[in-house]
Design a protein around this ligand. Structure first.
Ligand code: PHE
Length: 455
């Protein structure tokens, strides 16, 4: 089964894979979610745990997903099934892929809602709503948006149409060209924000908050959230990277490619944090303000810098495009599976699946208005979708991928796919996938259960 091609298409080169995988991993997770969860969980120690999880768990699992995908050349469900058949074990391993399909639909539903906020902000920025505005005014803009289900549904619908339309056309067209221009621009705008934060905000306080490590402030739940976020931000544990791997050319080196993607992703998250926290402390805001953090702080920066109207517009447009390039990777593994399983066309699959996602998303946006008193285990519906996927389903998917790769697929096939120059590097990776990563994930899970039920 080694040299087949995927029926869904393939990337032109290794470089295209890097672009697509970076497009998948760099998204709302980096710019919206990372700063606000770091803020809610006390800063430095949380950031350090997140970095440790990226290095020790995220990067090795990303390599495993890419290699499985590239060898299987199908949707994650069927890739896992065929790999299991190839090595002569039970086809039930395909269930990891099915769990990923569910996670993809769930994540996309709230992801689309937040992307909708960002699109609304593109419009506000263009209209000059933020010009000269203070923190209170901008807080009001955000709260008014959340309180208006019709407006939220409108933006959520628009985003889903664009995402489903892109995936229906196939991943190759459109996406590649877009990302090539977008990623450098997003980077440049983030650096501009960083410069603003250094000059106008309380940079020392922001830096200290992010990098001063105080383990006393760290709970096991915070460690779970840091680990879950490492999966979320690298798009791991649900098949996005695996399906992108299935379109990767055979000869490209997996190790170097994965390091590039993970490095860029981490850099964007850290810069976003360093741009936001100085403004938080400079304006006496609360770092633990929650999901609105980016949407209340950054407009203050744009509203008060020269050329802020145009920069603000560009920035939120970039974030929307980054969200779009991540969202298509959430839908792609699900669509690829449905196309293979039910033998229907891509377009039909996209229509049906995005319909599901849309309905769930309407439920999620209700958490901020008509459904604000629905409560599930103490979470509103939006937070429940986020918590269940990022902190449970993705790490669980990743744990099982490690076990499958390290203990079932084994050394011969993985060595053949990774084709590394250094045996030492390969052996270390293999050891991490077999022992370190699964044990780390398991410990974090068990400690959390322990704390919930015994503590
Ligand atoms: N990695 C994306 C982000 O950080 C979100 C995502 C999660 C995409 C899981 C695909 C799969 O925004």
């Amino acid at each position: 089964m080694q040299d087949r091609q995927s029926i869904h298409g393939s990337w032109a080169s290794r470089w295209t894979f890097i672009l697509a995988a970076t497009g998948s991993s760099v998204g709302l997770g980096n710019i919206w979610k990372f700063p606000y969860i770091a803020g809610e969980n006390g800063g430095g120690a949380f950031v350090l745990m997140y970095l440790v999880c990226i290095a020790l768990v995220g990067i090795p699992i990303m390599m495993a997903e890419v290699l499985l995908g590239r060898r299987g050349r199908q949707s994650p469900v069927n890739t896992l099934k065929d790999m299991a058949i190839e090595i002569g074990t039970t086809k039930r391993w395909a269930w990891i892929g099915l769990c990923g399909v569910a996670a993809g639909i769930m994540i996309l539903s709230f992801y689309s809602v937040v992307s909708g906020w960002v699109i609304a902000y593109v419009v506000y920025a263009a209209e000059g709503t933020f010009t000269g505005a203070g923190v209170e005014q901008i807080g009001k803009v955000f709260n008014d948006l959340l309180a208006d289900p019709q407006e939220l549904v409108l933006w959520h619908t628009l985003f889903m149409i664009v995402v489903a339309g892109t995936v229906a056309r196939g991943v190759n067209k459109g996406l590649e060209a877009g990302i090539r221009v977008l990623m450098p621009m997003l980077f440049a705008l983030l650096l501009l924000l960083l410069v603003y934060a250094i000059t106008a905000g309380d940079f020392a306080a922001g830096w200290d908050f992010m990098f001063h490590v105080d383990f006393g402030a760290l709970s096991w739940e915070a460690v779970l959230i840091a680990m879950g976020h490492a999966f979320f931000t690298l798009s791991l544990g649900m098949g996005s990277i695996m399906v992108y791997g299935s379109y990767m050319p055979k000869k490209a080196s997996i190790g170097g490619t994965v390091l590039t993607v993970a490095g860029l992703d981490t850099l964007v998250a850290l810069i976003a944090g360093l741009a936001i926290f100085p403004l938080v402390f400079g304006n006496q805001l609360d770092p633990g303000a929650g999901p609105g953090l980016m949407l209340v702080t950054l407009p203050v920066a744009f509203g008060n810098m020269a050329g802020g109207q145009i920069f603000g517009f560009l920035f939120f447009a970039m974030v929307a495009i980054a969200a779009w390039s991540s969202a298509i990777s959430l839908l792609e593994p699900v669509v690829a599976y449905v196309v293979e399983r039910y033998k229907i066309g891509r377009t039909s699959a996209c229509v049906i699946l995005s319909g599901f996602v849309w309905v769930l998303g309407v439920g999620a946006l209700g958490s901020f208005n008509f459904g604000s008193d629905w409560s599930f285990f103490g979470f509103n519906f939006f937070d429940l979708l986020d918590f269940m996927t990022a902190n449970i389903m993705l790490p669980l998917g990743g744990l099982l991928v490690c076990i499958f790769t390290g203990w079932w697929v084994g050394k011969k096939i993985t060595a053949d796919e990774l084709n590394m120059k250094s045996e030492l590097v390969f052996n270390s990776w293999f050891f991490v996938v077999r022992f370190i990563a699964p044990v780390a994930v398991a410990i974090v899970f068990i400690a959390n259960l322990w704390q919930k039920f015994a503590g």
